[in-house]
Design a protein around this ligand. Structure first.
Ligand code: SF4
Length: 307
């Protein structure tokens, strides 16, 4: 029996950095350290950090005035900074911002497109913190968000009915590369003569009437292409990731699309012996919010229950 682990699996650099920042800050701080929202979408990592004295709050009002605070990698809307500012929680003093630079890049793309006259549509998950943060730079709650390629008709109607001068589509960093391509193709098939063409990330040429920018981050792309490779060469794939992890769910969806028997788990305890009966080639992959120790634990558990 062979167990293959995807080359790029587990923590991406943005998540690693956010955890390092939170741990460092908590270690130096004698009082409680607050983190607004789930620092990473992984229940086990959150539990470990709670054990180190970090308090996670879902409601910003629960953060007391003047407290040491860390903001997660997903990026926050400007309102978060203003509310924290009113509580004397500011950068350079007690606010530690772990927003991933690749999310900031998407914010900057959104702002530049908007300022250049584009109506910007976002391909993302409506309730995901990153999508909320990016929408803030566009039309806030009124930002047009498309969650899946099957909603292309809705997007095409929105574009046609509003007669926008220019329209651009951008993506949340953790969406499916294949799904994004399918969305653009589907929209194009429903439009008249004007089609969406790629605008390079440099945004040097913003003259296109309809354009899309590839803002899916490279770590997400690497995890998706490695999972693709593993899935094509395995009889069963175990995908490890937090229940709320957008990029882990995309990896699981990819395996299912490819027709390989696959299971989405949060820990080794969920593995079941019968899944592996008669299987010789086992693939393991993990989303960007899964720690290495969890991947190793799952691999060990598979060896144990199949031996
Ligand atoms: S998934 Fe991409 S954008 Fe998100 S934290 Fe990781 S590297 Fe940054």
């Amino acid at each position: 029996m062979e167990i293959k682990v995807a080359k790029h699996a587990g923590f991406c650099f943005g998540v690693k950095k956010a955890i390092e920042i939170a741990e460092e800050v908590a270690q130096k701080n004698k009082e409680k350290t607050y983190v607004y929202g789930q620092l990473v979408h992984n229940e086990q990592v959150i539990k470990d950090l709670e054990g180190k004295g970090i308090v996670f709050v879902e409601n910003i009002n629960e953060i007391p005035e003047n407290s040491v605070t860390v903001l997660r990698a997903h990026g926050e809307p400007g309102t978060t900074y203003s509310i924290l500012g009113q509580k004397s929680i500011v950068r350079g003093k007690n606010l530690n911002d772990a927003t991933c630079p690749l999310v900031t890049l998407v914010h900057n793309v959104a702002i530049k497109l908007k300022n250049s006259g584009y109506e910007v549509i976002l391909f993302g998950k409506r309730n995901h913190p990153e999508a909320i943060g990016t929408s803030y730079h566009l039309k806030g709650k009124d930002t047009f968000i498309v969650e899946k390629p099957e909603q292309a008709g809705m997007a095409a109607d929105y574009i046609s009915k509003n007669n926008f001068e220019k329209v651009a589509i951008i993506s949340q960093t953790t969406m499916s590369v294949y799904g994004y391509k399918m969305l653009i193709d589907n929209i194009n098939s429903k439009l008249g003569n004007d089609k969406f063409e790629e605008i390079p990330l440099s945004l040097k040429d913003l003259t296109k009437k309809y354009g899309y920018v590839d803002t899916i981050c490279n770590p997400t792309k690497q995890r998706q292409s490695d999972t693709d490779e593993i899935a094509k060469d395995s009889e069963i794939v175990i995908v490890i990731g937090g229940k709320n992890s957008s990029n882990s769910k995309e990896l699981y969806a990819k395996c299912r699309e490819l027709g390989v028997e696959s299971y989405f788990i949060q820990s080794g305890q969920q593995l079941q012996k019968e899944w592996f009966k008669g299987k010789e080639k086992i693939g393991v992959t993990a989303g960007a919010s899964t720690p290495d120790y969890l991947i190793n634990e799952v691999v060990e558990k598979i060896r144990e229950i199949t031996s």
